[in-house]
Ligand binder design. Structure first.
Ligand code: HEC
Ligand code: HEC
Ligand code: HEC
Length: 207
């Protein structure tokens, strides 16, 4: 059977049909790439992340509204994917694969389809985000907040003091700035109490 298939392929490639096969292949790849790119872009829009499912719209999005990253003096915003989706291609694709889990939860297990369930699951969900951000040294925050460009002179006295302490004790942004976009979980360890062995996992390996 495989030999017969192979012979058929060889005939196709050798004959005049080869060019047709090649053209069909190129066209199919272009359509595939286009669909892939469109999916990547569409699933990183605010409309998709914030309002497309009731789990987010009724919880995370409502809580995020009117926080500093949604509405402020200058109108420069951070939307859901800015904090939750990596920017480099490989980490981005891996994160998108991980998000298939959310589809499973939405369509099959319904694990956070009511406010009660969402609040009950929050310590686990927030813990995952904290562990991820601690593991990559708050990489998504640093995409916008460049520590080297943060001028202590322009910060409040308390911010200056705490940032000096944070640097000395090798803390990361989310160790102190948690619950900035959503309600803080009731119960469970906070990010500072969580043990994430950063020395053990190289930063580049954490997507
Ligand atoms: C897309 C860019 C972007 C990302 C990503 C981002 N921020 Fe911000 N952040 C801003 C902007 C812009 C402001 C300032 C808004 C203003 O005051 O005009 C801000 C303000 C802040 C402030 C000051 C709050 C205040 O009350 O003055 C803190 C703290 C902060 N961000 C922490 C974080 C942390 C922690 C993360 C990661 C979890 C993060 N940011 C991710 C853009 C971003
Ligand atoms: C040790 C705790 C700690 C760490 C770590 C930390 N911060 Fe802060 N940060 C603070 C405190 C406390 C304030 C002051 C909050 C206030 O005035 O209400 C602050 C204030 C800020 C502000 C507002 C500055 C101002 O004067 O209005 C920004 C922006 C900010 N932090 C970003 C970051 C980013 C980005 C990181 C990671 C690179 C980070 N912080 C790490 C504790 C910390
Ligand atoms: C400025 C960064 C930032 C933005 C913008 C942001 N998040 Fe988050 N998100 C976090 C952090 C940090 C956590 C970890 C828990 C915490 O500290 O609140 C988190 C946690 C979550 C969780 C886990 C449940 C929970 O409440 O802890 C979900 C779900 C979530 N975010 C969805 C969203 C959605 C949807 C949006 C857009 C409407 C959004 N996030 C916007 C930083 C952000």
């Amino acid at each position: 059977m495989p030999r017969r298939v192979l012979a058929k392929v060889r005939r196709l490639v050798a004959g005049r049909k080869a060019i047709v096969v090649l053209l069909i292949g190129i066209a199919a790849s272009m359509v595939g790439l286009g669909l892939f790119g469109t999916t990547m872009i569409f699933t990183s829009t605010e409309a998709f992340c914030a309002t497309n499912c009731h789990e987010m719209a009724n919880n995370s999005t409502m809580e995020y509204r009117d926080t500093i990253h949604d509405k402020n003096r200058t109108g420069v915003r951070a939307i859901c994917p800015d904090c939750h989706v990596p920017h480099a291609p490989v980490p981005l694709y891996i994160a998108k694969m991980g998000a298939l889990n959310d589809l499973w939860s939405h369509h099959v297990t319904h694990s956070v389809d009511t406010r009660e369930k969402f609040v009950a699951q929050r310590p686990k969900m927030a813990g995952r985000v904290w562990a991820y951000m601690k593991g990559n040294d708050s990489r998504e925050c640093r995409h916008c907040h460049n520590e080297a460009s943060m001028d202590p002179e322009k910060q409040s006295a308390i911010a200056q003091a705490r940032h000096a302490k944070g640097r000395k004790e090798k803390m990361t942004c989310v160790d102190c700035h948690f619950g900035i976009s959503h309600e803080v979980p009731l119960g469970g360890p906070g990010p500072q109490e969580m043990e994430v062995d950063k020395a053990f996992i190289p930063r580049s390996a954490i997507f």
